[in-house]
Design a protein around this ligand. Sequence first.
Ligand SMILES: [Zn+2]
Ligand SMILES: [Zn+2]
Length: 468
Amino acid sequence: MTTFNYYFPDNLDFVDPKFNGITNEKTKNHRKYDDDAYPHEILKDLPYNGMLVSLAGVGTMQKKGKYYTQELTEDFYYYGAKKFLRLDNDKFKNVLLMGDCGAFDYVNEPEPPYTLDELIEFYERGGFDCGISLDHIVFQYAKDDEALNKIPYADIREAERRINITLKNAEEFYIKTHQDDPKKRKFIAYGVAHGFDKESFISSVKKLEEIGYRHITIGGMIKSKTPDLLDLLETLSTTKSAETQFHLLGICRFENIPAYAKYGVTSADSTSPLMQGIKAGKYFDFNDESHELIQSLSIRIRQCDHENVQKLIDKHRNGIRNLVSQMLANNEIDIDLSNKALSTNECVKRLESDCIKKLIKYDANGEGFESTFKALMAYEKVTTPDYLVKEMTSVKKATLAKDKHRVHNFLRERPWKNCSCGICESGIMNIVFRSNQTNRRRGIHNLAMVTKHKDKVIDVLKNAEVEA
Ligand SMILES: [Zn+2]
Ligand SMILES: [Zn+2]
């Protein structure tokens, strides 16, 4: 039966649940973690099948983790992953917890900085359902012989050394976790396959199967191009044992799920939907009819008081004044900024207030689309460095025109009005491209969308199986 589980990697990505994008209210004397909410706490439905937590992120009592403070690390070991992540209630009873060593965080070190015993203790005390063996990443990947010939010999040697470390650890990890009575076994052990070309991946998978693994993660392919990744997976699917299931480490690329299903990939983890929201301003939506995930570009209203905008104003004081005069002459601004006594900062501030006021009204009743879009574009222009340069290249012009068109569509279609994820209901000002809180909320909405979409795709694949 077709399954595909999406794991969301834990990097302490949470939001202040008391934040209000209209009033700018926040939790007073906000404490990190205690006063924060995880994505699953503010969304209506669990936005992933499970979470992936890494030892390198959490750390141990002796070795500080990358993301966790000492206090959070202690709490994590004391309460276990489920309780710490606040997944310990009935609503989340099917949630899966996967533990990983977090090899990305020590990729530049010669050896993994953790021992197998530290890793196993982390998995057991964390109460994980699945635990991945201690690996060392090989990033280089040659899709064919021609590419392989271009990799320097020393790099191949280094890749082989890392593959050997990974396989040796996998063997010991398997033995250590399979000594007891199978009934007492606490988690499913996953081996990691690394490789620098197809041959070395095939050989890694074969060795892991010989050790006894039937759950194998494919590592190090995060930088690969999709056709190369799928080509590798197709090859591995023909050489692996029938029961072996693959997990993709750090890659999801949800549009490939039907291909994954064919090649025995049953799970993956990725922060991409969240990051695309936070950093790139993307707002995901999906079309039920065409089964397509749509990536819209959200409206942006930079915070005028933010230091980045203040720096921009300092740098382009005259440029902004000239642009404002020009826009006033071209009827691109609806508010009165003709008073010469206004400072540049006041002009920008007034443009910001104007678009917020209009956007809130448009969000509430759908009225004033044109004037809202006009106000948004006026503010976007005075706060975007690309609009303030003296000579704009044609390439830049084309990019800006494209973004303008995308924002226009987003504003006209108001996709957030049809979304019932648990975040979008509180309005555009909570998901607009603006502040850490609003950007995170948009990213979290994206998590809900990819999972909803993924479940639909899997349903279709299952129905096709039944019919066949
Ligand atoms: Zn779909
Ligand atoms: Zn939503």
